[in-house]
Design a protein around this ligand. Structure first.
Ligand code: 5GP
Length: 138
């Protein structure tokens, strides 16, 4: 299957839809997941168009991974989480719902189970505060 630019993250990257942005540069956009699996669930979206890992340009992957690490460190520091889960899904049977490559940074808190993937919507004010806190820790 080929990349379809009408996906929701494509629209966010083009500024056609709003997002709680944490950071952006010429290679990637970082934003809060609005249906978070935990407090501080953050998405890193490379600008280079690909559906997922399987069709991605290796150079784009190499370019974005240092930012994934920075965001993981910043999310842990900003939330006080006990650990970080890194997730990335490829095609619908594997759990992918938005078909533009992205990485999930999911803070994990000792003894607190993660919410369902793409479950309930978070409060906008909370997401906005978390975006600022993670940006400050980057
Ligand atoms: P996937 O299942 O494709 O790996 O993950 C897509 C993620 O995007 C899910 O975790 C879901 O909660 C999140 N998501 C879906 N729609 C939106 C949206 O409009 N804005 C943001 N910020 N996240 C979204």
């Amino acid at each position: 299957m080929s990349y379809d630019p009408s996906n929701i993250f494509g629209k966010i990257l083009r500024g056609e839809l709003p997002a709680h942005k944490v950071y952006e540069d010429e290679t990637a956009l970082v934003m809060m997941d609005i249906f978070p699996q935990s407090r501080g669930h953050t998405l890193i979206i490379p600008r280079a168009p690909s559906r997922n890992l399987l069709d991605a340009d290796p150079a784009a992957l190499a370019g974005v991974m240092p930012l994934v690490q920075r965001v993981a460190r910043a999310a842990k520091a900003a939330t006080g989480a006990d650990g970080i889960r890194l997730a990335q899904f490829n095609e619908a049977p594997a759990g992918q719902t938005v078909f533009h490559l992205h990485f999930h940074v999911i803070p994990v808190y000792e003894g607190v189970p993660l919410a369902a993937h793409a479950g309930g919507k978070a409060d906008d004010a909370d997401l906005s505060e978390l975006a600022k806190a993670i940006a400050a820790a980057l």
